[in-house]
Design a binder for this molecule. Structure first.
Ligand code: FAD
Ligand code: SF4
Length: 509
């Protein structure tokens, strides 16, 4: 029997994987906290702590199940801080005959491990991570030579393939999509429920990061770390979501509210992305709960949630593997500006932005519409370089891993891919933000004004964006109408001047 080394990456904590079904004394599992991972972008401190905690818990679980585990902490004297250097040493020290790894989800790590394998001093075998609904081969075939990637057709394929909310080949209720029922502002805050949080002391990890001088962003309460970081905790959060939040999830999924960061969102993205729980088990549980409790949960809520996971989440992964590495260089509009400083402090007079950024720094979390229609919208309207936007999103969110971050940021939010993920840019003036939130009421700026004193920056930047990119957007059939409206507007010059003034003084908005 050969001696086997199996690598478990920090986002491969799937206890249901075939690897762990049998104990084998010849197999050594390795998990490593490394500077290459803490430093490839500047992360939120809660994100680093969440990953290290989840890895340590997973390692303890493996040991308790009788597996042999080598765990390298960040400050371990044997830790050479990069994958290749650590693996080479371990293979040599433990006289390994066969090195095995699961397909990584990031292009960066995929390249690193393929290159390492090509020169490894032992045999190498690669496994699927058994996490997603689609294998990379399936995605490759599905996306092959398609000019337009439509999420909706992908989503329907997944519904059929996994028989979710289906009756035979048709959707159970005769309707595939309830998106239009799902766009309400939160008018009654009494509906809100507290988030299901855990209270953990993490000062040892915070000290470790300080001692090792790891540069992080954001805040942490070392006496009270709230995110789920084990499979059991993930399942508790899933249960809580079904019982308490699902009845309102779809209705308020686009709503933003100053009094609550999470509203009816599940907070499952970290445990999903670390692979502690699987997308299929989440979707099956939500489907089952919805069907068994139809008096309390409307199908629109259930469909709205399932679409995010087997639709958007899987689809983004498909686009990622179809388009990387070129995707990470795309800059359709040629935007060049730097992110303003307030993205790291939240100190801006724009209430919506100050709130979404402040919350991201405080909790390593903002929900989808805050990411898309507040911070992302502002970055796109003001012409920030997509590299800058990507680095910010990749660092700040607890769930940010490149395959799902870059497709959402560079693609959906910044339209830097020229329309692979979305059919038109997601931009708006104050009108949309006011429709979906209570931000504008407490803002220094006036949501109605396009020009003049205290005019909301979103209003003039919105038209400036369309105006400066007319050559690229005017022919888009979903946008033509905007240009007809713009052509009829009388105060074009003033609006453009106002926007240019704001762009010149972007740091003081
Ligand atoms: P819920 O609203 O409860 O949704 C349930 C689940 O659906 C999420 O946990 C997530 O797994 C999935 N989901 C929902 N929307 C998307 C989407 N657009 N793409 C992929 N999965 C989705 N999500 C990440 O997991 N990592 C990221 O780095 C990330 N970056 C984003 C950047 C931008 C600019 C935007 C607009 C969105 C980004 N998203 C990202 C998607 C989405 O915002 C988060 O998944 C969601 O906010 C996580 O919170 P939740 O678990 O409470 O989600
Ligand atoms: Fe944001 Fe403008 Fe509303 Fe202020 S007025 S919160 S800047 S959209």
């Amino acid at each position: 029997m050969p001696k086997i080394l199996r690598l478990v990456l920090g986002d491969q904590l799937n206890s249901q994987h075939i690897w762990f079904r049998q104990k084998n004394d010849k197999v050594l599992y390795v998990l490593m906290e490394m500077r290459q991972e803490t430093d490839y972008v500047q992360h939120h401190i809660q994100k680093v702590v969440a990953f290290f905690l989840a890895m340590r818990n997973f390692s303890a679980w493996l040991t308790s199940e009788g597996h042999r585990v080598l765990y390298l902490t960040l400050d371990h004297s044997d830790n050479r801080q990069s994958l290749e250097a650590n693996l080479s040493r371990i293979i040599q020290d433990h006289d390994i005959d066969l090195f095995e790894y699961q397909l990584p989800d990031e292009y960066r790590l995929d390249e690193q491990l393929s290159n390492f394998s090509a020169q490894a001093s032992c045999q190498v075998r690669v496994y699927d991570s058994e996490h997603f609904l689609c294998t990379r081969e399936f995605l490759g075939d599905f996306f092959k030579e398609k000019k337009i990637y439509l999420m909706e057709s992908f989503y329907r394929e997944m519904r059929k393939k996994y028989d979710i909310l289906m009756e035979g080949h048709e959707p159970m209720t005769g309707k595939w999509n309830y998106d239009h029922d799902n766009r309400n502002k939160l008018k009654d805050p009494l509906l809100l429920k507290p988030a299901k949080v855990f209270k953990r002391e993490v000062s040892d990890l915070v000290e470790l990061l300080q001692d090792q001088q790891v540069k992080t962003i954001g805040e942490i309460d070392a006496n009270c770390f709230e995110w789920p970081v084990t499979r059991e905790e993930g399942l508790v959060v899933l249960d809580y979501f079904c019982n308490q939040l699902l009845p309102y999830f779809g209705t308020y999924q686009d709503a933003m509210y100053t009094g609550d960061a999470f509203l009816f969102h599940s907070r499952l993205s970290f445990v999903l992305n670390a692979k502690l729980i699987s997308p299929l088990e989440v979707v099956e549980k939500v489907e089952r709960y919805g069907l068994e409790n139809q008096d309390a949960v409307h199908i629109a809520q259930v469909e709205g949630f399932i679409r995010q996971i087997i639709g958007w989440r899987e689809y983004m992964r498909g686009v990622y593997w179809a388009k990387m590495p070129a995707y990470s260089q795309m800059n359709f509009f040629g935007h060049e500006r730097k992110l303003p400083q307030y993205f790291w402090t939240g100190k801006t007079k724009m209430n919506c932005l100050g709130h979404a950024i402040g919350q991201s720094l405080g909790k390593a979390y903002a929900h989808h519409i805050q990411r898309l229609m507040v911070t992302g919208n502002f970055a796109l309207l003001s012409g920030i370089h997509p590299d800058e936007v990507d680095a910010w999103y990749l660092g700040i969110y607890i769930d940010a891993i490149e395959w799902v971050e870059i497709t959402n940021t560079r693609g959906m939010s910044q339209f830097a891919d020229g329309g692979i993920v979305g059919t038109k840019p997601y931009v708006s003036s104050a009108n949309y933000i006011d429709k979906m939130s209570d931000y504008c009421g407490g803002c220094y700026y006036s949501k109605q004004k396009k020009t003049g004193d205290k005019a909301c920056p979103f209003n003039s930047l919105y038209w400036h964006f369309y105006h400066r990119h007319e050559d690229k957007l005017a022919k888009n059939p979903r946008i033509g109408m905007m240009y007809r409206t713009w052509a009829k507007m009388k105060d074009k010059e003033e609006i453009l001047k106002q926007a240019e003034y704001y762009l010149e003084h972007i740091e003081s908005l």
